[in-house]
Design a protein around this ligand. Structure first.
Ligand code: F6R
Length: 247
């Protein structure tokens, strides 16, 4: 695990974008795993800038998103489909046919999840999976207690996650109770991981992830077992780390 501590959100975002851009340049037909939420927004802005100013080419890239709320149609402004198109995809030259985001409106969710796993496999696996982290240590929507070997499936969101995400909804009761999420095992199969975290609210989760024992209580701690994991955090998120790291 390579841990980089950056001065602030902007520096974290740029460092993350550099890793993604290097891969896209080296392997134009790479498979990228994307996350939603506030954390990757700065990195997505930087990728858009690199596309517009430096011609970073996404036309051959295949994408898989980590998760989606159950019951929200793609056009809902809080769906992760909407988030990805608004904040990244519509600003770059990604090919719509190569974009995969779990379908929150799937009729048969179990079958959909099997199909999603099969699509990842068919694409040759994910080359680089981008991750945020919940204050409770979740990755994607693998809440504390999730099996560390889990695959794509439906999960019930915890009260704390629903509260954290209520900031995006008009009314907290509108936050869905369930999500389709890649499993911890699915994430661990990616060839490289890039976990970003910003702000003091993530400090406990980052301390557990980088220095704590591996436990399903903090699902992100499994990242310690990955052979090629980058963890890029800002100073506030790093504030509870005790070991020495690179900046
Ligand atoms: C989103 C996702 C979540 C978020 C996490 C942090 O696709 O998988 O695990 O990464 O909840 O969210 P933010 O970045 O909003 O703090």
């Amino acid at each position: 695990m390579l841990v980089y501590i950056k001065e602030n959100f902007d520096d974290m975002s740029k460092a993350g974008a550099r890793i993604v851009a290097d891969l896209v340049r080296k392997k134009p037909n790479c498979v990228l795993g994307f996350a939603t939420g506030g954390t990757p927004l700065g990195m997505y802005k930087e990728l858009i800038r690199l596309h517009k100013n430096e011609g970073l080419d996404f036309s051959k890239v295949t994408t898989f998103n980590l998760d989606e709320y159950v019951g929200l149609p793609p056009e809902h402004d809080q769906s992760y489909h909407y988030f990805m198109w608004e904040n990244l995809f519509k600003h770059i030259n990604v090919d719509r046919r190569f974009v995969h985001i779990p379908m929150g409106m799937a009729q048969d969710i179990d079958r959909f999840c099997e199909w999603y796993e099969a699509q990842i496999e068919k694409a040759g696996g994910i080359d680089l999976q981008i991750l945020g982290i919940g204050a409770n240590g979740h990755i994607a929507f693998n809440e504390p207690g999730s099996s560390l070997g889990s695959r794509t499936r439906i999960k019930t969101l915890t009260g704390t996650t629903r509260e954290a995400n209520a900031r995006f909804f008009k009314n907290p009761d509108e936050v869905p109770k369930y999500a389709i999420t890649m499993g911890v095992g699915t994430i661990m199969d990616a060839k490289e991981l890039l976990l970003l975290a910003s702000g003091e609210g993530k400090a406990d989760a980052i301390a557990a992830t980088c220095e704590g024992p591996i436990t399903a209580k903090w699902p992100a701690t499994i990242v310690q077992m990955h052979r090629y994991a980058f963890v890029i955090v800002d100073k506030a998120a790093a504030s509870k780390l005790t070991m020495k790291y690179t900046d």
